[in-house]
Design a protein. Structure first.
Length: 364
């Protein structure tokens, strides 16, 4: 791990001294913003606990009006320094940060950065994940609820990252992280994870993204290295139509079952493709749709408790209405269709889960 820090130091030093810094007259700026997403979801399997399936972390309370995510944010920017602090509440925070310390469970974002060279920034703290197209902020996504890919990869990360913009087309990021969506390190785990992100914009209407993660999420005594790659591409076909394609794949070392380390060279793998489309009929009315498949036969990320593991198709369709530029009302129907009966309805096993979710989101 020391070699990682040495490498980052060398790269930073070379880029810093290789470029001639420029003097900017941009004034220091502090901005304040906010967001609130209020929702009602009805799951036709009618869970008595009011909790939808455990692999869903957004809009996941059944038959109750609730707040998915609400936050207030302050951001500071200058020519050489930047920082963000956002405090949040809602069921997103309740379920996504359940394993964090109480004092950290309401931190949506807390980071500081400094410019090391004209196009090179070093940021550290708690920030949005470098993995995935969909964010925790519902209004920015193609669909109201999140894909299985988004729900089961990190929404947030803690660590440090170097970001370099190479012209208008390329952005390169290298990260050293505490782990896979965690602020504090798990007990018994002393290792750090590393990640990369490369974004390429061949035109103003196409974006290609490649993100990686390498790390161990188990105690050091039973280390199981995880390798993960996220790829997505977005296409702005016209002013009204946009498309996105996502493909994630991961592998994790199998747990050792004996003193001879028989499983150390064997891996459990999972993958999931997702297609998203959004069409705006007018400036106020739009339609979003999603088709997805999640294949995790060994339960690395989603444990189903069945012999076949988690193998589930998903479909959703949502209607959007924006009465003003900062308000978005959405209603969505979603169906999850699993190979096995992994859901429950009236104490009976079911292979399908259907729900209708409505939301009103406001930003300022």
């Amino acid at each position: 791990m020391k070699s990682i820090y040495i490498f980052l130091f060398i790269i930073t030093s070379q880029l810093t001294y290789a470029q001639t810094d420029t003097v900017s007259t941009a004034p220091d700026k502090v901005t304040f913003s906010g967001f609130a997403d209020v929702y009602y979801a009805y799951d036709f399997n009618k869970p008595q606990s009011h909790e939808r399936p455990g692999f869903l972390y957004n809009h996941n309370r059944h038959n109750e009006f609730n707040v998915n995510l609400a936050f207030l944010k302050a951001a500071y920017t200058s020519d050489r320094v930047r920082g963000n602090l956002a405090i949040m509440a809602g069921t997103y925070a309740q379920y996504n940060l359940a394993a964090e310390q109480d004092v950290l469970k309401n931190i949506f974002e807390a980071n500081a950065g400094m410019r090391l060279a004209p196009k090179l920034w070093l940021d550290a703290g708690i920030f949005a994940s470098h993995i995935g197209l969909e964010s925790a902020i519902s209004k920015d996504n193609y669909t109201l609820t999140r894909s299985l890919a988004a729900e089961n990869t990190p929404y947030y990360e803690s660590g440090a990252k170097l970001t370099y913009e190479a012209g208008r087309q390329w952005v390169f990021t290298g990260l050293v992280l505490n782990g896979w969506q965690n602020i504090r390190e798990p007990e018994g785990n002393s290792s750090k994870a590393i990640g990369t992100q490369i974004q390429f914009k061949p035109t103003d209407k196409i974006l290609l993204n490649s993100s990686t993660f390498i790390g161990n999420e188990k105690p050091d005594s039973v280390k199981q290295q995880r390798y993960f790659h996220d790829f997505y591409a977005t296409f702005q076909i016209s002013n009204q139509l946009k498309l996105a394609a996502i493909f994630d794949i991961g592998a994790e070392q199998r747990a050792n079952t004996g003193s001879d380390n028989t499983n150390r060279d064997k891996y459990n793998t999972w993958f999931n493709p997702t297609l998203l489309v959004h069409y705006n009929f007018t400036d106020q009315v739009g339609l979003g749709a999603r088709a997805e498949y999640y294949h995790d036969p060994n339960g690395v990320i989603i444990s189903s408790g069945t012999p076949n593991g988690f193998k589930t198709m998903g479909y959703s369709l949502n209607l959007d209405y924006a009465p003003t530029s900062n308000v978005l009302m959405r209603v969505e129907g979603r169906v999850l269709d699993s190979q096995d009966a992994i859901f429950t309805r009236n104490s009976q096993a079911e292979d399908k889960s259907s729900a209708i979710t409505t939301s009103i989101a406001i930003s300022f």
